[in-house]
Write a protein that binds this ligand. Structure first.
Ligand code: SF4
Length: 215
């Protein structure tokens, strides 16, 4: 679908425009991680996360009640101010929320919908690119693997490499496989480099937005 500056409500009343979501922040930036690194992207960070990784760098997102509920209409009006290549829904844990109406809205602009999720809640919405980043603290559902386009595993210790292989074995053929060090835990970088050199089906993802100093 070509990019459109109009919200295409078709003939039916677009009730989904008034659906609200708890939103921590939404902004235009550069996708810093994963397969689509370096592309113009609009990020929507939903509030609420029940996974609670100790190393999380967005702990302010955890409490859903701290974030205002914003309509799909308002979010779309903001997206229209920019020229992103796609929209990324992240969190928090975005699959805590039913994403049907938000993704319908984004797609009405002709923009692909990406999601970054731990996969720990049921999938919803019409999503073009699913990045699964599994977490030990609340494991993914069985269904998420059949929708996963990109598996991105954060590596802190050697144990995480085995964890990564276990999840890769559940993914569809062709799923992109990436290992990522956290910005604050660079000690895992040599582990990742050695692993990828020995396992060429895997690649490295870096948090390049932190290098670029963009959100
Ligand atoms: S799943 Fe994501 S948002 Fe939730 S605690 Fe872990 S890193 Fe943070």
């Amino acid at each position: 679908m070509p990019y459109s500056t109009e919200i295409q409500t078709q003939s039916a009343p677009a009730e989904w425009l008034e659906t609200t979501y708890p939103i921590m922040e939404h902004f235009h930036t550069i996708q810093g991680e994963g397969v689509h690194t370096g592309k113009s992207a609009y990020f929507i960070r939903t509030g609420g996360c029940d996974v609670q990784c100790w190393w999380c760098d967005v702990k302010d997102s955890w409490d859903e009640s701290k974030h205002p509920r914003i309509t799909v209409r308002h979010i779309l009006e903001n997206i229209k101010l920019y020229k992103p290549a796609f929209v990324v829904i992240t969190g928090g844990e975005p699959l805590l929320h039913n994403l049907d109406d938000l993704t319908t809205g984004i797609r009405s602009l002709g923009l692909p919908v990406h999601i970054e999720t731990s996969g720990s809640s049921a999938i919803s919405g019409r999503i073009d690119w699913v990045t699964l980043s599994p977490k030990r603290f609340k494991k993914p559902t069985e269904e998420i693997y059949e929708f996963t386009d990109e598996l991105k595993v954060v590596v802190l210790t050697a144990k995480d490499l085995q964890w990564a292989k276990e999840h890769a074995a559940r993914c569809r053929p062709g799923t992109r496989l990436l290992l990522q060090p956290e910005w604050d835990t660079p000690k895992s970088i040599p582990l990742i480099v050695d692993f990828v050199k020995e396992n060429p089906e895997w690649g490295v993802s870096l948090q390049t937005h932190k290098f670029l100093q963009v959100p």
